[in-house]
Ligand binder design. Structure first.
Ligand code: WT7
Length: 632
């Protein structure tokens, strides 16, 4: 059964209902799922805790809603279509029936290795169907998965393993990405030297790279499956049991483990998927994200598979072997809904329209954008050259913490407007706040974006540190969830996301805490102090600009800059590597010692005429030096 909205008036009607009677509204949506036991109460909440419970005391297993539920109706329909990195390697298709058998078998492997309900399993894998199978197998046995993007360093990996006390790591020998092959297992080995909780590692063979296998700890994936039964009874989970932890950056140095739970996440990911993308049975849907990010969780794996959709999983990168790769895949599988990030659109836009010419793209019905504000130029390019002006663009605003899309057009149903995420989904109650904490009502207002009522997909806690969850999201404005984003509501009532208002930057759609990058830079032995800010970047949206005070010893500036970049790559991963590093002799500080980031941001942007008041600075001369030494 589908809860898809079909008309504009249907949207307004559903939205009104969802606000007037949220419990009735979500109970109706939830009724279309398979519950082992129905809930006693739809919603219990207190944003002060925060303490939010959806579908209280209901019992379920999310994989029964993906697998058993579709077995007799959609058993032979492709669930996952996998496109490998190399265009001439053969792809794979897993029907719902095949996916069911694979998940059951791997669930039995997990059980056989002693994984129990509540145990944490780290997934550090390439974009292969086994990564999705691993997630679902964890969910099947009640283990909590934490997928770590395979581009993260061994230090980032060991930090996450230690934070959630993971019992198992699922990985591969190596990963293919474009022309590169990355020795992933070696990264895991290094990470495990700094951890003590992991009992076993299962290694999927992908690149046939030689790896060290530690006896009694490391097992080959294919060998573990030998002789394992495909019969598995799904564990009974409480609606509020943990489904997964996903680490994300914030304004402090340490990434936090965002916790999502079974019942609410299930309901919200499917509902938002069907409505935003207007998925019809038989359509082929493709989201280009990596499963290491929330987009991959909600809109490659859970949302589409709960809806019985066909979801494409792509192992490679947009520009390999050439800048036409995305479009060749669209034509090859006759993709109907295509969902990507503005940074990818801009990177391809920079290559011109020649790479698009060989492809018809006529199967496309809907285009999606996610991860950062999409600028108007990229929006129009996407609309004209990819959508041939006939496909609505859904600019979807949401966050790791929201679990699913919160503000977006419903494709073809509600209006679109370039650079606007437009309107909230049913059940989403937005509030715009002024600096004093008053809600700004009416149109043509601008302020900080909050959400004033619970939705089923929302964050429940930050793993191991509930106080941090409260302080980060629920303490700034009483009784509101604070998103960290600035927003404008225009004269028509449409929302435009203006970007982060905290010390978080968005690099190629990936969230980076400036403090996290500073901590990594400071690991270099010659670094005395550093300050990191974002600046507008043509392709990435924001680039990373670092101001660093160093003891030069006998290094040249070039050497030092290179070493600092390597340090950050080693500590966090290549995604955090600063684009520009300026060696400075001092940082602009107030008399109380606070770094004036506003000034550093302006200089990084190249906006030097307008630095504002610098009279409160301890040493105003520092600013002149910084302007002089600015890195172009
Ligand atoms: C932050 C969340 C949600 C999946 C990918 C990123 C920014 C996300 C949009 C959009 C403007 C957007 C926000 C948000 N963001 N989508 N359509 N328009 N900004 O997830 O890493 O949790 O980052 O990404 O700043 O707070 P994330």
């Amino acid at each position: 059964m589908s809860d898809r909205i079909h008309t504009l008036s249907g949207y307004f009607h559903e939205y009104q209902k969802s606000i007037a009677q949220p419990e009735e509204f979500w109970a109706r949506v939830a009724d279309s799922f398979h519950w082992k036991k129905r809930w006693d109460k739809v919603l219990e909440w207190d944003f002060d805790g925060p303490d939010v419970k959806w579908f209280q005391n209901a019992k379920l297993n999310i994989t029964e809603n993906i697998l058993e539920r579709h077995l007799y109706t959609l058993g032979d329909r492709p669930a996952i279509i996998w496109e490998p990195n190399e265009p001439d390697e053969e792809g794979r298709t897993l029907t719902y029936k095949e996916l069911y058998l694979e998940v059951c078998r791997f669930a039995n492997v997990l059980l056989g290795k002693g994984v129990k309900k509540g145990d944490k399993v780290i997934i550090y894998m390439p974009m292969v169907p086994e990564a999705a199978i691993a997630m679902l197998a964890c969910a099947r046995v009640g283990a909590v998965h934490s997928v770590v993007f395979a581009g993260f360093s061994s230090t980032s990996l060991s930090d996450r393993i230690n934070d959630c006390e993971a019992k198992m790591v699922l990985t591969s020998d190596g990963n293919f990405r474009g022309s590169k092959s990355i020795p992933v297992k070696a990264v895991v080995d290094e990470a495990l030297e700094k951890t003590s909780t992991v009992e076993s590692v299962i290694v999927y063979q992908r690149t046939k790279t030689e790896v060290d296998m530690k006896s009694g700890r490391d097992y080959w994936w294919h060998e573990s499956l030998e002789g394992v039964s495909a019969e598995n009874e799904a564990a009974e989970m409480d609606s509020e049991d943990l489904l997964f932890i996903l680490y994300t950056s914030g304004s402090t140095g340490k990434p936090k483990g965002v916790v999502h739970t079974c019942g609410g996440y299930m309901v919200y990911s499917k509902y938002s998927f069907e409505n935003v993308f207007q998925y019809s049975p038989g359509d082929v849907y493709w989201c280009t994200a990596d499963i290491g990010w929330i987009t991959g969780h909600s809109y490659i794996v859970y949302g589409p598979l709960l809806a019985g959709a066909t979801s494409i999983m792509f192992e490679g990168v947009p520009t390999y072997p050439d800048a036409g790769r995305f479009w060749s895949i669209v034509d090859k599988y006759k993709v109907n809904q295509f969902y990507t990030a503005p940074t990818a659109i801009r990177a391809l836009q920079a290559k011109g329209t020649d790479p698009i010419k060989p492809y018809s793209l006529k199967s496309l019905k809907v285009l999606g954008s996610v991860g950062e504000p999409i600028n108007e130029e990229a929006w129009h390019w996407y609309h004209t050259h990819i959508g041939k002006t006939r496909c609505p663009i859904v600019d979807t605003w949401w966050q790791t913490e929201t679990g699913g899309i919160m503000v977006s057009p419903l494709a073809g149903i509600t209006p679109t407007k370039p650079a606007y995420a437009t309107l909230p989904l049913p059940g989403v109650q937005l509030a715009i706040m002024d600096p004093e904490g008053n809600e700004l009502t009416g149109n043509s207002v601008e302020g900080n974006l909050c959400i004033k009522f619970p939705w089923p997909g929302m964050i429940r806690t930050t793993y191991g540190d509930h106080e941090r969850c409260k302080q980060t999201y629920f303490a700034t404005y009483k009784n509101h969830y604070f998103t960290g984003d600035g927003v404008k509501r225009d004269h028509d009532g449409y929302y435009r996301i203006l970007g982060r208002v905290d010390d978080v930057i968005n690099v190629s759609g990936h969230r980076m805490g400036t403090a996290e990058v500073e901590n990594a830079i400071n690991e270099h032995p010659l670094v005395v102090e550093s300050a990191v800010v974002g600046y507008p970047h043509q392709v990435k949206g924001q680039g990373i600009y670092a101001y660093v005070i160093c003891d030069m010893k006998n290094r040249t500036k070039e050497n030092l800059v290179g070493e600092i970049k390597d340090t950050v790559t080693k500590i966090i991963g290549p995604i955090a590597k600063p684009d520009k590093i300026q060696i400075v002799s001092g940082l602009p500080k107030t008399r109380s010692g606070k770094i004036m980031r506003r000034i550093l941001r302006k200089v990084a942007e190249g906006n030097m005429d307008n630095l504002g008041d610098t009279s409160t600075l301890l040493d105003p001369e520092v600013v002149e030096q910084i302007i002089e030494g600015r890195v172009e």
